[in-house]
Write a protein that binds this ligand. Sequence first.
Ligand code: ZN
Length: 165
Amino acid sequence: MREILTFPDPRLKEKSKPVAEVTDSIRELMDEMLEIMYEAPGIGLAAPQVNIHKRIVVIDITEEKNSPMFFINPEIIASSGEEEMEEGCLSVPEYTAIVHRPSEVTVKALDKDGKEFQLECDGLLAVCIQHEIDHLNGKLFIDYLSPLKRQMVRKKMDKLKKAGR
Ligand code: ZN
């Protein structure tokens, strides 16, 4: 299994490259990402979190874990409203914080077959998609926090790592 990179790993800050063509190996990678995400467990995973710097995101916000969504080269093409939600991240274990984001977004992406689609979403899905697209741009949810808070997170992660978790 691939390892999930955790903050402050500098590889999480790399900007991911667009997928040129949706091939079988890309589809296999997405299935693998989905498995890692379910195992973690989490509701979203971006490829750079497993050290693959391609613009790929998998999401499943259902409790049953039976509705996976795949986004290749996702882009926010419209956003509105405002919302604050408590966010967490597999790359920042055991930490959550309130983040402000637009409450409704329209996403354009390619699906598993390489076909373009658009999706309007709100609530948890809208937050999740924005969070995962941030990963593709080398941004973490804690980057929205004050430097002081981020420093506290870094200390907490150091402690976790020392404890071997
Ligand atoms: Zn995340």
